[in-house]
Design a protein around this ligand. Structure first.
Ligand code: HEC
Ligand code: HEC
Length: 487
């Protein structure tokens, strides 16, 4: 099956398409120019903007980052005290789920002097020349695929809550004033399990203080349904007409700017940065999923393909098309009512009809794109996402509650409390390598460690539902699992 993808790539190359493709699993930013170089340049600039341009006030400075280790639990702190600068940085990256920037071609650098290989700068934060660190989209949307940093892969290790708490105590110690994250997190939880965040509520909360044209308005604080979500990968963005798990928002560059809704950014800030976000949009649209690096049993996968076709494709679409246009046309954008899908319903309720109506009237929804799609203000449930590169985006479901594809295919066997034990792939189950425990060990002194456990009994974290795989017998499930590796 793999040759389909290479064939498409050859065609794309001949036609002069050069995407920042994730070829053979290794992220490569291509720089050759072809007939479509305009589109390609925009995508490259979009990537550069995300890692080099701060769209928010900065979160903390280099001095704070370099002193975070003093807030760690005793055993780690002792190790850090003896470590070299590089080792200590690696420990901090590990603790907070940060990664180095992948080394890439340095063809189209915005100002020609950035070093993508600078080990001090993570993919997830913009670090300017004065040492100011500012969160960027990659903090949630740029992670590792089984140990290798891949921009656009969900950051399933991001420890935003722990980082923010330790930035707060470090700023106290250094006598620095607190920023919006350290203050905001006193009233809004940022994420209770590493790799997931309360991101949707950040957006709803901030939108509460804006009118339709994004002017700041005085309104009483609203109450929110806090819940954590696992960020979706960006490599299927190009196939989706609507985004988010409930598919309510038509895709457009303005919609991508919600992330910048902090009070410091006024309405004109958004208009002034539209051009940048057209390039970010081009970058997201240019991404494609990585290919499975391990062994695939091709004849088993072919059997799985037929089963997928008859049991899953109606919702998830079909794969291995020759052109982008065919791939887009083959994705059905299928909305499944919440009672049919049966996965955790909290996200569906958390975004209210009134909230979606406010979005629909707002500047964000008026992208004026060629398609002019309407916002769906009352979606009945969740939309089946495209499954491109699904082997690389564990854990599964919108709340990240299921650690492997095997568990997804075996609803009765999904673990109640689990924790990742290392960064390698569980190749037989295809997903995270996890241990299952009866409960989260609350007696452990390091709260950060507790956040490495996923407890499916907690609010918004259920791993139930999506029982469709039960139509298959065990050997059929085995075949479908093999097929999923080829996507
Ligand atoms: C704090 C974490 C976080 C940050 C930072 C963040 N996102 Fe997201 N993003 C999410 C989560 C969680 C979702 C899923 C929301 C949902 O489906 O309701 C999401 C969804 C999306 C989607 C929809 C994908 C799909 O297939 O449905 C896009 C596109 C996106 N984000 C782009 C961005 C861009 C661009 C930025 C930076 C400007 C950004 N995000 C910053 C967490 C984040
Ligand atoms: C009736 C429509 C429907 C059918 C049939 C269906 N799915 Fe799904 N699937 C969904 C929806 C909706 C979701 C999103 C659920 C959520 O995140 O809460 C989903 C999620 C998934 C995911 C997780 C994706 C991710 O990134 O988290 C996988 C994998 C998946 N389905 C595989 C399958 C397979 C394999 C089959 C066939 C055996 C199948 N599905 C049949 C609707 C369907």
């Amino acid at each position: 099956m793999r040759h389909f993808r290479s064939f498409a790539l050859v065609l794309a190359t001949v036609a002069g398409f050069h995407h920042p493709n994730l070829i053979a699993g290794s992220p490569v930013l291509r720089t050759q120019r072809g007939a479509d170089s305009g589109k390609h340049d925009h995508a490259n600039i979009g990537f550069e903007l995300l890692i080099n341009k701060a769209f928010l006030p900065s979160d903390f400075d280099q001095e704070v980052f370099d002193n975070l280790w003093q807030s760690w639990p005793a055993s780690l702190r002792e190790r850090a005290a003896k470590a070299s600068v590089g080792e200590r940085r690696a420990m901090a990256f590990e603790r907070y789920g940060l990664t180095p920037r992948p080394q890439q071609d340095r063809g189209n650098i915005v100002d020609g002097k950035r070093d993508l290989a600078d080990p001090g700068k993570p993919l997830q934060y913009v670090v300017d020349d004065h040492g100011n660190w500012t969160m960027n989209c990659f903090s949630c949307h740029g992670g590792t695929v089984y140990g290798r940093p891949v921009p656009g892969a969900p950051n399933n290790r991001y420890a935003l809550q722990t980082l923010t708490e330790e930035v707060r105590s470090t700023k106290f110690r250094l006598g620095k004033s607190l920023g919006r994250m350290e203050l905001g997190s006193l009233v809004i939880p940022l994420g209770t399990t590493n790799g997931t965040t309360n991101a949707v509520v950040f957006g709803i909360g901030l939108m509460n203080y804006r009118d339709d044209q994004l002017n700041l308005v005085d309104r009483p604080p609203a109450s929110f349904t806090h819940h954590d979500m696992d960020a979706p990968p960006w490599w299927h963005f190009y196939r989706r007409p609507y985004i988010y798990i409930d598919g309510f928002a038509p895709k457009g560059h303005r919609g991508l700017m919600q992330f910048m809704l902090v009070p410091e950014n006024n309405a004109s800030f958004f208009a002034d940065h539209e051009d940048d976000f057209q390039k970010v949009y081009a970058y997201l649209s240019s991404l494609r999923s990585p290919s499975y690096p391990g062994h695939i049993d091709q004849s088993l996968a072919r059997r799985g393909a037929k089963l997928f076709e008859s049991n899953c494709a109606e919702c998830h679409g079909t794969y291995h098309h020759r052109t982008d246009a065919e791939s887009i046309a083959a994705y059905p954008n299928q909305l499944v009512p919440i009672e049919d899908i049966g996965t955790d319903p909290v996200r569906h309720r958390a975004l209210t009809v009134a909230g979606r109506e406010h979005y629909a009237r707002s500047w964000f929804a008026q992208s004026g794109g060629p398609e002019r799609r309407e916002t769906i203000t009352d979606p009945a449930g969740y939309v089946a996402p495209p499954l491109d590169g699904v082997w690389a985006s564990a854990p599964y479901f919108h709340n990240g509650s299921v650690p492997t594809l095997w568990h997804l295919l075996h609803p009765q066997e999904r673990p109640t409390v689990w924790r990742r034990v290392n960064d390698s792939m569980d190749e037989s189950k295809v997903g995270l390598t996890v241990e299952t425990v009866p409960r989260v060990p609350l007696e452990k002194p390091d709260v950060a460690l507790r956040r490495s456990y996923f407890d499916t009994r907690r609010f918004g974290k259920s791993a139930s539902g999506h029982d469709y795989p039960n139509q298959l017998n065990e050997s059929e499930k085995r075949a479908v699992l093999e097929y999923l590796k080829t996507l």
